[in-house]
Design a protein around this ligand. Structure first.
Ligand code: GLP
Length: 252
């Protein structure tokens, strides 16, 4: 595990974008695993800047998003499909046919999930998976539970997640209660993983992920065993990590 402690959100975002750009430059047809939530927005803005100012070329890139709210069509303002269009896809030269997000209004969930997993396999798996994390330790929408699922699946969101994500909706009642999420399989099989977190409300969960036990109650704690995991946090989080454990890995 490599931990980068950036000064603040802006620096975290820039560092993350640099690593993604490095991936794309070394392998132009990279398969990227993409995330939503507020955390990666700065990173996406930086990637857009690199596309516009430095010619970072996304034309051969394929992407798979982690998740989508169940019941929200792609043109719903709070759907993750809409989020990706707005924050990244329409602003870079990625071929929209190469971008993939679970269909939140599918009539056949099982088939949708199987197709999603097969397509990821067909493309050779994910080269670089970008992740945020929920305050309860969820990645994608893999919520704390007795067991973790490997494949893409329909999940009941926890009350905690519904409450946390209600800030994006007019009222908590509007937040979908279910989502389709990639399982732990494709995430853990990704060749590289990049986890981002900033702000003091994520300090406790990041400390658990970095220094705590591996547990299904903290889904992101499984990332500890990934051979190519980079975590970028800001100082608000970095100061709560056990320094001895991270010193060797600390780049900034
Ligand atoms: C959602 C997404 C996650 C994301 C999490 C954290 O629940 N499904 O992929 O990591 O939110 O969001 P934020 O970055 O806004 O804290």
């Amino acid at each position: 595990m490599k931990i980068i402690i950036a000064k603040d959100y802006e620096e975290m975002s820039k560092e993350a974008a640099l690593l993604i750009a490095e991936e794309i430059r070394s392998k132009p047809n990279s398969v990227l695993g993409l995330a939503t939530g507020s955390t990666p927005i700065g990173c996406y803005q930086e990637l857009v800047r690199m596309y516009k100012e430095k010619g970072l070329d996304f034309s051969a890139v394929t992407s798979f998003n982690l998740d989508e709210y169940f019941g929200l069509p792609a043109d719903h303002e709070q759907s993750y499909a809409y989020f990706m269009q707005k924050n990244l896809f329409t602003q870079i030269n990625i071929d929209i046919k190469n971008t993939h997000i679970p269909n939140g209004v599918t009539k056949n969930v099982e088939e949708e999930c199987q197709k999603y997993d097969s397509l990821i396999e067909e493309k050779g798996g994910i080269d670089l998976q970008l992740l945020g994390v929920g305050v309860n330790g969820h990645i994608g929408f893999n919520e704390p539970d007795e067991e973790l699922k490997i494949g893409t699946h329909l999940v009941d969101l926890t009350e905690n997640t519904i409450k946390a994500n209600s800030r994006f909706f007019h009222s908590i009642e509007e937040v979908p209660k279910k989502a389709i999420t990639m399982g732990l399989g494709p995430i853990m099989k990704a060749k590289k993983i990049l986890l981002l977190a900033s702000g003091k409300n994520k300090a406790e969960i990041i400390a658990k992920i970095v220094n705590g036990k591996c547990s299904t109650k903290v889904p992101a704690s499984i990332l500890q065993v990934h051979p190519q995991l980079t975590i970028i946090v800001d100082e608000e989080i970095g100061q709560h990590l056990k320094v001895n454990n991270v010193l060797d890995n600390c780049l900034l």
